[in-house]
Design a protein around this ligand. Structure first.
Ligand code: 5AD
Ligand code: SF4
Length: 478
């Protein structure tokens, strides 16, 4: 699912860790307000978001719905009449954080009349039980019910003490005309929601419901509108973005949708996250080869380098099958960077299995790896199996894997010194006089710059490299 997991406190809006830059402070875009009631007129809100880009973008949509009802965003929860927590339950620690945040909140506001809502994966998983653990909560709503959010708010505004939106029985995506995007250059756009893959360790199919794709014509129409509004980069989102199945008569494949989007005049970059190896085919690589606006980066979570573990994880591919996909990417006419997610210490993972994951890192030479200790989750297939790898062993494996990858990344980044890349400037650090940008291959690069470069595309020459970022010098504006 593509996951630079982040916790973000937000002034009534969402921020990604990447967008904590001056770019995020530019004026957001607003769209026509649907006739949804104005019960929030004069009231204020604040959203705190935990989790992946899907959650970050959901919060952008929720903020839009609140503003359409008349609520106004504020900088901190102290000043807010309504506080929403958009939660993540992918690992136990993330889920626990929600309850500790709510506990602290209760102490601070035990006698206040603030409305508190819990959204997202923990809301879906805990359901009505949330009210027992946190009686001061007023609204519990999972992501599959966000299209009902305006109605639920109307009930609260009318004085109802507790409301829930917990149905997973939906074939709809949560779409809204009023999304309040935070980054003025990059627009997230959900093209598919939910997950049908049922990996043994994962809560997502339970918390986000079944896979459902949006019609391609609607997506393309929305891209045209986003370009008109000045966005230069579109990032397609989906738990398994490449499992996209066009429900419209056009029946466009995911690769066709990427190609059509990249052909829209005015779009400089198209990204997509996260790809599932099982549905990843050569047509996606061909689309990247032939469309310069399609970014040369694929996030392809492997989870483990051992076919035995992959089979227990119910991932639906072997190490060899995964490596064939990598081979196809590496043989492309364009350099394509590859990142991945890895879980260490899954039930029954032996030292030998783990060593196969280490050897996979060497074979693939990833540009970035997001790695996690296995965390048993309730109601998943593996949740009932023995969590056989002790915690300290998981931690040791994680550290070993991260050190191995640090060396690989340092080596790969060093090889880029002297080369020039097109960079989209996403921010500026006044204290350092440094611009912060991103290459099409999703590498962060810092270089001496000016505040008004934010939002521009320019060529930057790499002058130094560390494992996690590059340093450069502007070569010439484009
Ligand atoms: N424990 C640890 N990591 C997990 N992930 C998903 N479920 C779990 C779990 N129970 C990781 C996977 C996924 C990423 C978003 O989070 O690597 O790709
Ligand atoms: Fe990704 Fe598997 Fe979880 Fe689906 S079940 S979101 S494919 S890890």
């Amino acid at each position: 699912m593509g996951n630079q997991l982040v916790q973000i406190s937000t002034p009534g809006k969402t921020q990604t860790s990447e967008s904590l830059t001056p770019a995020a402070t530019a004026a957001p875009q607003f769209f026509p307000t649907p006739a949804s009631g104005t019960g929030g007129a004069g009231k204020t809100f604040y959203i705190e978001t935990f989790g992946c880009q899907m959650n970050v973008h959901d919060s952008e949509k929720v903020a839009g719905v609140l503003m359409a009802r008349g609520y106004r965003p504020v900088e901190n929860h102290e000043d807010a009449d309504l506080v929403f927590y958009n939660t993540c339950s992918i690992r136990e620690k993330a889920a626990q954080k929600v309850f500790s945040r709510l506990g602290a909140f209760k102490k601070q506001y035990h006698s206040s009349r603030k409305i508190i809502g819990v959204l997202g994966c923990v809301a879906q998983q805990e359901g009505e039980r949330f009210f027992e653990r946190a009686p001061h909560v007023n609204l519990v709503c999972g992501s599959a019910s966000y299209s009902r959010l305006s109605d639920l708010l109307a009930q609260i505004e009318a004085g109802k003490r507790r409301v829930t939106g917990l149905s997973l029985d939906t074939d709809e995506c949560f779409e809204t005309e009023v999304t309040r995007r935070d980054n003025p250059f990059r627009a997230y756009l959900t093209i598919i929601e939910g997950c049908d893959k049922d990996c043994a360790y994962c809560v997502v199919p339970m918390t986000r419901g079944p896979e459902r794709s949006r019609p391609s014509d609607k997506i393309l129409g929305e891209c045209l509108r986003l370009v008109d509004e000045g966005y230069r980069e579109i990032q397609f989102l989906g738990q398994n973005v490449n499992s996209y199945r066009d429900p419209s008569p056009a029946r466009r494949s995911f690769a066709e949708l990427l190609a059509r989007t990249a052909e829209i005049a005015g779009i400089s970059r198209v990204r997509f996250i996260t790809s599932h190896p099982r549905d990843f085919g050569p047509d996606i690589v061909e689309a990247i080869e032939t469309h310069p606006a399609l970014c040369d980066h694929v996030h392809l979570p492997v989870q483990s380098g051992s076919s035995r573990v992959l089979s227990r994880m119910l991932r639906g591919y072997t190490r060899e099958e995964y490596l064939e996909k990598i081979h196809c990417i590496r043989n492309a006419k364009r350099d394509i960077s590859v990142s991945t997610d890895v879980i260490v210490g899954f039930c029954g993972e032996t030292r030998e299995d783990f060593e196969q994951t280490l050897s996979l890192l060497e074979d693939v030479e990833y540009d970035q790896v997001f790695s996690f200790k296995y965390s048993p989750r309730p109601k998943t297939a593996a949740g009932g199996w023995a969590d056989s790898v002790p915690e300290d062993e998981k931690a040791a494996r994680l550290a070993e894997l991260q050190e191995r990858q640090r060396v690989i990344q340092a080596r790969r980044n060093q090889a880029l010194i002297g080369r020039e890349f097109e960079v989209l400037v996403e921010g500026f650090q006044p204290r350092l006089g440094q611009a912060i940008g991103r290459t099409t291959s999703n590498r962060a690069i810092n270089f001496p710059g000016e505040p008004d470069w934010v939002g521009l595309l320019m060529m930057v020459r790499v002058t130094a490299a560390g494992p996690n970022s590059l340093v450069g010098m502007r070569a010439g504006a484009t």
